[in-house]
Write a protein that binds this ligand. Structure first.
Ligand SMILES: NC(=O)c1ccc[n+]([C@@H]2O[C@H](COP(=O)([O-])OP(=O)(O)OC[C@H]3O[C@@H](n4cnc5c(N)ncnc54)[C@H](OP(=O)(O)O)[C@@H]3O)[C@@H](O)[C@H]2O)c1
Length: 223
């Protein structure tokens, strides 16, 4: 297995709540992180905002363009679901051979619920893989709420379900997940299984709304 513990991780579309939270969490466990944006000025502002919320800590996070973030050794796609595949495709040369982690959920608000949408290949991650066939795309982090990701003084507890068509992409993604204390990465097979994982987020959001909580996933029977 490639040793991925101390590499640089670029987060394309990292200026949203999910990208910002993940950047803080990854940086808090030792990764160098680049938050990417369509505007590097905006990325710099978001980094300042993120870092300022923990004045007593130091982080290795910088704000860059999406293209620069895509040049990192490993790349997370954190744009809205409908721009993941086109954004990845725009950087397909830069992303060749790399691990590209897609954290998108395709959801639509219907009344006061979120409903899962099913893209033509079944999942956003499969769509991204098709748009960058020479990259190793994995699906992960769908069920981790952005707010808790960014609250780095508390551990997040739960399972991160990981799918990819290449075993190396699954193994490397799990290695990153498990660098974060109390998170367990689970090998859930190929991207054919990404659709139910992405869609299940709609169920968690519904539980959160009804039970006024932040639910997460924990699979039993694997200890
Ligand atoms: N929010 C959560 O709790 C959560 C949890 C797990 C997974 N996710 C998934 O993670 C992803 C990011 O979630 P989020 O809530 O952070 O999303 P978001 O705030 O809606 O978007 C993230 C960033 O994507 C960029 N962006 C927006 N439209 C774009 C477009 N058309 N093309 C390229 N970039 C665009 C924007 O950055 P710039 O304007 O700076 O370029 C924006 O700040 C989503 O796919 C979501 O399903 C979210």
């Amino acid at each position: 297995m490639r040793y991925v513990q101390f590499m640089k991780i670029g987060i394309v579309g990292g200026t949203g709540p999910a990208g910002k939270g993940l950047a803080l969490r990854l940086s808090s466990v030792g990764y160098e992180v680049e938050i990417g944006s369509r505007s590097s000025g905006r990325a710099a502002e978001i980094v300042e905002e993120a870092v300022d919320s923990y004045p007593d800590r130091t982080f290795n996070i910088s704000g860059v363009s999406n293209e620069e973030a895509a040049r990192a050794e490993t790349v997370v796609l954190a744009t809205p679901w409908d721009s993941c595949a086109p954004t990845a495709k725009a950087y397909r040369e830069i992303l060749k051979g790399k691990l590209v982690i897609c954290m998108a959920n395709a959801l639509a608000r219907v009344g006061n619920e979120f409903h899962a949408l099913y893209p033509p290949r079944g999942s956003i991650a499969a769509d991204v893989q098709a748009s960058v066939p020479l990259s190793r795309v994995s699906m992960a982090f769908q069920h981790l709420p952005a707010k808790e990701l960014g609250e780095i003084e508390s551990d997040m507890i739960g399972d991160v379900l990981v799918c990819a068509d290449e075993q190396s992409a699954i193994d490397e993604t799990i290695e990153i997940v498990e660098r974060m204390p109390k998170l367990r990465g689970l090998d859930c097979g190929s991207l054919a299984n990404a659709a139910p994982v992405e869609a299940f987020t709609a169920v968690l959001l519904q539980l959160n709304r009804l039970y006024k909580t932040r639910s997460s996933v924990h699979i039993t029977g694997l200890e």
